[in-house]
Design a protein around this ligand. Structure first.
Ligand SMILES: [Zn+2]
Length: 264
């Protein structure tokens, strides 16, 4: 069987184990069913997720000109503290910014390789945690807009990491942390504007990824350079496909690439 389409991050379903789906225009692949099968992945061309043109992908699945123009790629996406829709101030497109920023947001702790703080829209819990490959996570505050979540994250970053070590995450080189204690400790540092939004009662969420074999020395596949790769799929964690020879493929980092996937 051969499938072709533009890569977008895998859709997921929170179950035990987590279910992963690769969604192409005409096909819907449950990746869990491909575990222990040999896949042949080929790079075909680029297809910007905004304009659809065959132009090199710059970031987040967009070509360079789209990345610097469209509201879906503005700075406040990666830096929520730069959000201004709550003040009625436009960055690139106020209607879009209001629709996204003026929604409930969650500041959370997730443990993928170490405990880190992050921000997500409420509707993206637990999807965001799955995408990061966190084996455990907990919510800290639920605030009414992205700005408040951003300034809370910035304040907490002084006391906890905000980055994941993807190699440790993939190797499953992890510690079980008591996130309830972590959030209690960090609650002192929540900024005054967000203090009232602290979620009083909360428990850890545990995530179970479909991995039969963890890589010892993960090496990242660059399909644009190699053009073709063949390997046996042995696991999926975060947005990574893990292969038997320790090759890992970050689907999210390759958004906007059209690939051909053949299943042996
Ligand atoms: Zn484009």
């Amino acid at each position: 069987m051969t499938y072709q389409g533009v890569l977008t991050k895998m859709e997921t379903e929170f179950s035990s184990p987590i279910q992963y789906y690769l969604v192409f225009e005409n096909d819907f692949l449950n990746m869990n069913q491909l575990l222990d099968k040999t896949l042949i992945i080929q790079f075909v061309k680029y297809q910007c997720l905004n304009c659809g043109m065959d132009k090199p992908i710059y970031r987040q699945g967009f070509c360079k000109s789209c990345f610097f123009e469209i509201p879906q790629a503005a700075d406040w996406i990666m830096h929520p503290e730069l959000s201004t829709a709550h003040l009625g101030q436009e960055d690139r497109d106020l209607e879009y910014e209001k629709a996204v920023q003026l929604k409930p947001h969650i500041v959370y702790l997730a443990n993928s390789s170490n405990v880190k703080v992050g921000v997500t829209r409420k509707t993206q819990v637990p999807t965001r945690w799955i995408d990061q490959g966190a084996h455990e996570a907990i919510e800290i505050v639920e605030v009414p807009n992205r700005y408040l979540a951003g300034i809370t994250e910035v304040a907490l970053k002084a006391h906890v990491a905000d980055k994941t070590n993807w190699r440790k995450m993939l190797k499953n080189d992890i510690d079980d942390e008591n996130l309830v204690e972590w959030r209690e400790r960090l609650s002192d540092y929540i900024p005054a504007e967000a203090k009232d939004y602290f979620i009083q009662n909360n428990t850890e969420t545990h995530l179970d990824f479909p991995v039969n074999q963890y890589p010892e020395k993960p090496k990242s596949l660059n399909i644009k350079k190699d053009l073709e790769y063949t390997g046996k799929l042995v696991g999926i964690k975060g947005q990574y496909l893990i292969f038997e020879d320790d090759t890992v493929f970050n689907v999210r980092a390759n958004e906007g690439l059209v690939v051909n996937i053949a299943i042996d």
